[in-house]
Design a protein around this ligand. Sequence first.
Ligand code: ATP
Ligand code: MG
Length: 659
Amino acid sequence: MVDRNGWERGRSVPTGSPREPPEAFVEQANVTDEGIYEAFDEEWPNCWERAADLLSWDRSYGTVLEDDEPPHYRWFTGGRLNAAYNCIDRHLEAGRKTHAAIRWEGKQGERETYTYRDLYVAVNEFAAALRDLGVGEDDVVTLYLPMIPELPIAMLACARIGAPHSVVFAGLSADALATRMDAADSEYLVTCDGYYRRGDAFNQKSKVDNARLALEHDVETVVVDRLGDELPHVLGDDEWDYHDLREEFAGEEVEPVSRDAEDMLFLMYTSGTTGEPKGVVHTTGGYLAHVAWTSNAVLDVEAEDTYWCAADIGWITGHSYIVYGPLALGTTTVMYEGTPDYPDRDRLWEIVDRNAVDVFYTAPTAVRAFMKWGEEYPERHDLSSLRLLGSVGEPINPRAWEWYYEHIGDERCPIVDTWWQTETGAIMVSTLPGVDGMKPGVAGPGLPGIDVQVVDDDGDPVAPGQTGYLTVDRPWPGMARTLYDGDDRFRSEYWEQFSDPDGDDWTYFSGDAASIDEDGYVTVLGRVDDVINVSGRRLSTMEIEGAVTDADGVAEAAVVGRSSETAGTEIYAYVSTENDCDPDEDVRRAIEDAVESTIGEIAVPAEIVFTPELPKTRSGKILRRLLEDVANGEELGDTSALRNPEIVGEIQSESGAVD
Ligand code: ATP
Ligand code: MG
């Protein structure tokens, strides 16, 4: 069936009545008022005061929203606050000094707990040290650290003195580090000597040395000694040992700098799934209000919870939902340095069990891995402490959703499928778990106050069930204010497509394709760039992948277009199987049947290539553009964003074998 907007869509969009959230959950949920959507609409934009009220302000704001310079909106103007004060000091003042702020689980089985008091001491001492090194308000400090407690400590120390941080994911290359530091004119760096990867010591400092050679300006560098005797800890010019600095400034306290609501809190480069990292600028007031509000309303976090977002702080998910959101609410946030399958595939469940984790938030790619490994791993542990599960980063296919719901959540825990982006700062689309029913595979409605629209090429809203572009009509507090590379790029990346500046009509374009149903629930279909045009029909790769993944025996799939002069564009599917089972004719046929019955014959892959793994970015997303190069026999594009570059060669030879 081709819809009005030229999209070939099938029955793969789950419709029908939503599944009600479990009653026991609803009884205790933070938000249970069904009228909240209407209330937000009526009060908009003042509804967002509810989010601002979750914070402590040094000076209260005058205006909730200033929209005289779109698309550069300003929120809570005139207000002043400090993010570190909000994430630490005020909890001490509320008598919660001994409450755990961070529970850290190291790769080697190490464990550390930082109470709010411990965090206060560490952040103050390090803030004093940074100041002493010359860091002033508005100087960008780059943090190139793995998942060790010094990372959030450094972020909060920066926030305390009003220095924006720019976290570069520790697994990125020296080149990537240098480019980002150069682009941000960052003259300060906090890093470490190295870290463990599957039990082996890995040298991080040598990457730093290379990056520094490539930079034209000097860089004051603080090095955390993570590896001890495993790696010689030699410091050169302008290099300081983190622990020495902490000792030097032991007991120092630094007055939190009162920041304007619109002052920059941090700079964050996007994951690079589409190949071009963009330096996204987030401010203090709106961002913190939005992440605190969504942590409370969507993730249902409470101060007494132990909450675990199993992402990396090197991505926006970790900034918003490991550090700022949960700490602003005074909860205990778990931070895990390792991987889910080391030393064994039950590692995460062991951590949930031992820490009695209440809320667990992860990505579909992880859920599909758990599913592939089998339910015996979660079954080894008591997961009854869990109350809510979350998903973020990619669409979660219904089969993975059901598996998560049944085997991790024991059908007691609602799942929130949260759509948002580095640029949106915080969650935008999701069900409210104490209010809305869930539809597996469908993210949900726009949150209260968030005006999500699915539009056609002309920018008009599509009819229910039709496909279009995912846009946001009204501004929201956590939105990026601009790109560090400049306002022009900000406008052309996100605002030009659907806005009418002359008519003073501004619409944010996310770059994603989606459909929306009668209940206003949004199904995200992936990036607009990931659309394949077969005989004039627009097919969403993610929708085909959803159908492929729902075939028995399939664990994960990526679908790309291959152009040939004779056949036009054909669909190629790259597939990994469950339990690494032997891909046989049955699996192949099951895939073809699944695609044909859910979408139609037009979407059935011309070629199915089985591979043990798919190429993924370091944030766990499938890198389709590389597979497209492979399918088209082209020279491979940039592979630096890949976590598992070796797999590409394997796939190339597999593809060769099929041809
Ligand atoms: P880049 O913008 O640099 O190419 P990226 O878009 O992968 O990288 P992020 O900002 O981390 O970087 O990811 C946001 C994207 O992730 C969204 O645009 C969307 O494609 C996808 N996404 C996030 N959450 C969901 C979800 N719940 N359902 C579907 N897709 C999601
Ligand atoms: Mg993006």
